[in-house]
Design a protein around this ligand. Structure first.
Ligand SMILES: O=P(O)(O)O[C@H]1O[C@H](CO)[C@@H](O)[C@H]1O
Ligand SMILES: O=c1cc[nH]c(=O)[nH]1
Length: 240
């Protein structure tokens, strides 16, 4: 029977998965695989299988935000996925990271808006060390520098009347801002999956800017960064 939300088949799903926000990015990554097929499509969840350097992988999109993404994570866990890397974009919280740069989260701040309903907030959101090192090694083998550290996963893309603690988290050492990594890391730990993430910086998030047009995620640097990061994430996934 297909899974109720993602439409993924219950069996014959690869053990290793790359998850991404947008269906278009999933399609772009699937185009890098040998023998790639669309295996499921429902709502924002689009999934492909194929092989990378001889290993079968799943590539699925999870949409924007932790609450929707965890619907996909539950179903890939049910389908037998044990290793997962999120390949996403993030805003920079430090002057050391610019558009197109790569960032590997070691752990995440759990403001994702859903993991607090899965397990108490005292539970950590940490990436599997194997995945972090594997991503670092893969980035080095592609001669791409990749910084590592703390990511702030935040449910609100932008604030409204409340101001959110950008300065406080920057002061405490958070380097990037996005919306799903903490959800993945917490969910994966509970389900004993090995998880991590590779993020491409697409924005300067050091100040929450109310102008919608200050966010331009489709620049050349970001598209190029995602193309490189896709190969790095696939290499890291199959070489862990
Ligand atoms: O590039 P993706 O993976 O979609 O990730 C980031 O981009 C989206 C916001 O535009 C959020 O999902 C955020 O986490
Ligand atoms: O949440 C996000 C994702 C990408 N870039 C940002 O600035 N914020």
């Amino acid at each position: 029977m297909p899974m109720p939300i993602s439409g993924l088949p219950e069996s014959d799903t690869p053990e290793a998965a790359v998850v991404v926000g947008s269906p278009e990015r999933a399609r772009n990554i699937s185009a890098l695989l040998e023998d790639s097929h669309l295996v499921a499509q429902n709502r924002e969840f689009v999934s492909f299988t194929g092989a990378w350097r001889g290993t079968r992988v799943l590539v699925s999109s999870h949409g924007v935000g932790g609450p929707g993404a965890v619907c996909l994570f539950r179903e890939i866990a049910q389908a037998g996925v044990g290793k997962v890397i999120r390949l996403g974009t993030a805003g920079s919280l430090t002057e050391d990271l610019s558009r197109g740069d790569l960032f590997i989260p070691e752990c995440a701040i759990r403001d994702d808006g859903v993991s607090d309903q899965l397990v108490p907030m005292s539970f950590p959101a940490t990436a599997a060390p194997e995945t972090v090192f594997s991503l670092q090694r893969a980035a080095e083998s592609h001669s791409e520098p990749a910084d590592r550290g703390i990511v702030w996963t935040r449910a609100a893309f932008a604030p409204e009347v409340l101001s959110l603690p950008v300065e406080e988290y920057r002061g405490a050492g958070a380097k990037a801002l996005e919306m799903e990594v903490a959800t993945l890391l917490v969910f994966a730990a509970i389900r004993r999956m090995r998880a991590g993430a590779l993020l491409v910086i697409d924005n300067d998030a050091r100040v929450d800017d109310p102008d919608v047009f200050s966010y331009q995620p489709n620049t050349r640097e970001v598209t190029d960064g995602l193309a490189k990061a896709s190969r790095i994430a696939l290499d890291a996934l199959v070489h862990q």
